[in-house]
Design a protein around this ligand. Structure first.
Ligand code: DHB
Ligand code: FE
Length: 280
């Protein structure tokens, strides 16, 4: 059966793409963030995952406000990146793992998650940047991918508790996949940030740090909050932490944090990175 080797969660600020393109990784503004990645690269070299399930949120590239699925799963042989107007470099297409996609879709629908199945899907910075951070080499991403998209851009947004259950169901589906594949689950978004409105620039360090710690020792902690309360605590885009929660929930039981970095700000965002490895 397939195995989840770990989960990596990270912020996905578009400016990171500019920093990569401009080779700014060692500049004082960027270094504390980029320093989180070499240990993760060494871990990836050791555990050698075959496929990444990427839990992220689209920002209006593939889904716009006229049609907004709550949960969607990619089932395409290839995912193209496109220019979203942020000025970050467009990356080569990503290769899909359609066998895992359809397995996940079947299992999740059986468990009463009403998904949108996407046999064509464009992927934005929330998907591409984390993969570029994890596999920075030239050219296409070296492992296969399955995108899982959670709506965090238009209300109603699914609750933390529902996203946790989605993560658990994804974890169970991966463990039930008749394959010897090694799977890494990536969650992208957050941490606290608000890009517009009266509270633009809002960041909540104590809440972010408590949330990060909870992923290690009390993973359901954030499910006590409603979406509105999470927005109040983390900003209107800070709600992207739901992707971290779902990614963590794919791992049954305890984890250890092999990497844990919090750095602010990047652009308007409190940037965090964690690598969580199952203990069992
Ligand atoms: C920023 C953060 C995001 O999560 C995003 O999707 C776009 C922009 C920012 O801080 O600039
Ligand atoms: Fe975002």
């Amino acid at each position: 059966m397939a195995k989840i080797v770990g989960s990596i969660v990270t912020s996905h600020v578009p400016a990171i793409g500019r920093a990569i393109a401009g080779n700014l990784q060692n500049e004082p503004y960027w270094k504390p963030f980029f320093d989180a990645f070499p240990p993760i690269h060494r871990w990836l070299d050791e555990v050698k995952p075959d496929v990444a399930v990427v839990v992220y949120n689209d920002h209006g590239l593939n889904f716009f406000l006229d049609k907004m699925p709550t949960f969607s799963v990619g089932a395409a042989p290839e995912y193209r990146n496109a220019d979203e107007g942020w000025g970050i470099p467009t990356l080569p297409p990503f290769t899909g793992d359609t066998e895992l996609s359809w397995h996940l879709i079947n299992q999740l629908v059986n468990k009463e998650f009403d998904l949108t199945t996407c046999q064509e899907m464009l992927v934005d910075h929330a998907f591409t940047l984390p993969l570029k951070l994890l596999w920075p080499q030239e050219g296409a991403c070296p492992i296969k991918v399955v995108p899982v998209c959670i709506n965090t851009v238009q209300f109603p947004i699914p609750s933390a508790s529902r996203c946790y259950k989605l993560g658990e169901a994804i974890g169970e589906a991966i463990s039930a996949w008749d394959s010897d594949a090694r799977v890494v689950v990536i969650g992208t978004g957050g941490l606290s940030h608000q890009l517009d409105g009266e509270r633009a620039g809002f960041i909540n360090k104590p809440f972010d740090l408590q949330f990060m710690q909870s992923l290690v020792d009390k993973p359901k902690w954030a499910t006590q909050y409603t979406v509105e309360q999470l927005v109040e605590h983390t900003g209107s885009q800070g709600i992207e932490l739901l992707m971290w929660l779902a990614a963590r929930a794919t791992i049954k039981g305890d984890v250890r944090a092999l990497q844990n970095t919090y750095h602010l700000p990047i652009s308007n965002t409190a940037a965090g990175v964690m690598l969580l490895e199952p203990l069992a």
